[in-house]
Design a protein around this ligand. Structure first.
Ligand code: FES
Length: 315
């Protein structure tokens, strides 16, 4: 299966912090498709497709804006964006996908961002303001100098909804546990940030209904080579194929080896492109995309192992 790609021109690049830049992408021809707050796109970089959240709101035929943190020790996508991309460059991107939607009926929304996790949260704050919803935004960063979109948040019409926590400040401090515990029962929580931040959010929101807690992570929860049995058999119910996953192989590698090429993008368990239904067996989930309810019937092919000898997939 191949995904439709969009041709865009990099029309503006500007600095947010020493490590973070904003990139504005405009349709090279025609208009870009609409998206809802929380959506992300794949940017096809020189080292493969990488996922970046959209931080603006879609306006008519307007551009997309992403924020990218340069990760010196990452997989190379952010270095390519920072070091290689220049205004006027042509790029290819995917259509937007949204795994991090605002709950339409929530009476109150509590947005929490750790570091570069502010990018989808910016779009959510703007959308909630536009629709006149009750919300607050808490931005956690190492220091003021590390906080992307700081000026924009301070001058936005919703600036009074924003609080900052800076690790190096005694003035700007927010206790995550106290913040979550103080929220009324009908609050919906939204969190995006690095693994340590997300673990702290999970703990802090533990007393609230799981379906009121919405997450967007940057990494899978478990390395794929540490999952489940070392060998197992996968049955593909629709095609009737049987595939053996051998020691040292991932489920995705085994499927590809058998000529089955499912849609994938991040291959880290965060984007949801490879999510597939399973019909029987006990998968072990290593993704950070599916919620506990979804895991009862779905798995992410790029980040799943098996606890049972046999796994039957709806493929
Ligand atoms: S490819 Fe992104 S979750 Fe599997």
């Amino acid at each position: 299966m191949t995904q439709k790609l969009l041709d865009v021109t990099l029309t503006r690049v500007w600095r947010q912090t020493a490590e973070i830049r904003s990139f504005e992408l405009t349709a090279t021809e025609g208009a870009l498709p609409a998206f809802e707050a929380g959506a992300h796109i794949d940017i096809h970089t020189g080292v493969g497709a990488r996922q970046y959240s959209l931080c603006n709101l879609h306006a008519g035929n307007g551009p997309y804006v992403v924020g990218v943190k340069r990760e010196p020790d990452g997989r190379g996508g952010s270095r390519w964006m920072h070091d290689t991309c220049r205004e006027g460059d042509r790029l290819q991107i995917s259509t937007p996908r949204n795994n991090f939607r605002l709950a339409p009926q929530a009476a109150h929304h509590c947005l929490m961002a750790g570091g570069i996790g502010i990018t989808p949260v910016m779009a959510m704050a703007k959308a909630l303001w536009q629709r006149g919803a009750r919300f607050e935004l808490v931005c956690f960063a190492r220091s003021r100098a590390h906080a992307a979109f700081f000026e924009e948040m301070q001058t936005a019409p919703w600036a009074d909804r924003v609080r900052f926590h800076f690790d190096d400040s005694t003035e700007h401090r927010v206790n995550l546990d106290a913040l979550c515990a103080a929220q009324p029962a009908h609050t919906h929580f939204y969190a995006c940030g690095p693994a340590g931040f997300m673990a702290a959010v999970r703990q802090a929101t533990g007393g609230h209904p799981p379906d009121h807690v919405h997450e967007e992570s940057f990494s899978a929860t478990a390395p794929v080579d540490k999952l489940g049995r070392s060998t197992f058999t996968v049955e593909l119910a629709r095609s009737g194929k049987t595939v053996r996953v051998e020691e040292g192989q991932s489920l995705l590698q085994a499927l590809r080896g058998a000529g089955v090429n499912p849609d994938t993008s991040c291959e880290m368990g965060v984007c949801g492109s490879c999510v597939t239904r399973y019909l029987s067996g006990s998968p072990e989930h290593g993704d950070s995309f599916l919620n506990p309810k979804e895991r009862l019937s779905e798995l992410a092919l790029c980040c799943a192992g098996s606890l049972s000898e046999r796994l039957v997939l709806d493929l």
